[in-house]
Write a protein that binds this ligand. Sequence first.
Ligand code: HEM
Length: 231
Amino acid sequence: MDTENGREAKLAAPLDKNEYHLKTFQISLNLFAQLLIGIVVGVLLVFALKDGLPSNKTFIHIILCVLGYQLLMAHAILSLSPHNSWSAHLKPVDKRRAHWILQCLGSGMAIAGSFIKISDKTVHWNTLHGQFALVALVFSVVSMVNGLASLYAYEFRKFIPALLSKLTHICFGVVGFAAAGISLCYGMEKGFFRSWVGDACAYTLMGFVGAFTAIIIIAPLITFYSKIKRN
Ligand code: HEM
């Protein structure tokens, strides 16, 4: 059994020099990603709310999609990382709980935001923004459904091998989240956003989206690779 003293001893166990530097680097990357998420989501919320609570469907879709994908889904993925500030101390069972709650909330908001804008248009998937949003939508929905199989991998083991359900969940989740980041960049390229924020700032924000999306998907990709290698 893990006694209080045992746990303290484990916590106090000194890391070797490389581990120490790597851990510092990983925690700093996590902090950096959180900062970039805050800036991007913050700017888009200010933009969408600049005339007060929006009745316009475009602004409503921006608020729901950005909060859903770039805030909640990003944190759903980060919550499983051992270097994530707010979840590092949680027990594995609570990390998984935080993950699926954030994932369901985020997907729900993102799906609602996407359908609000789809219902506002007569011609569909005629822009790169919309096409990547569709990829994000499909992969997020599949990843959410398949997440259930992953959460109950043990119970579902007769129908789908546990490893397969976990690998496909990571794969669909990563593709969905990356596609949402690309769609967001094409969204920020639209004239009405660039004329409000300025070209330089819009392109800087796109760089921020690229950076935090890459940082966030690194950990699941490493897990994916190590799960394949182990089996
Ligand atoms: C992750 C964030 C976003 C997602 C998932 C998303 C999703 C979508 C979807 C599903 C459509 C309908 C596509 C169609 O039916 O063809 C759409 C259209 C649109 N979105 Fe977004 N959106 C996001 C962010 C933004 C942002 C930040 C802006 C602008 C600042 C924006 C502006 C527009 C505009 C103007 C349209 C109509 C023209 C078009 O289809 O390209 N969106 N979006």
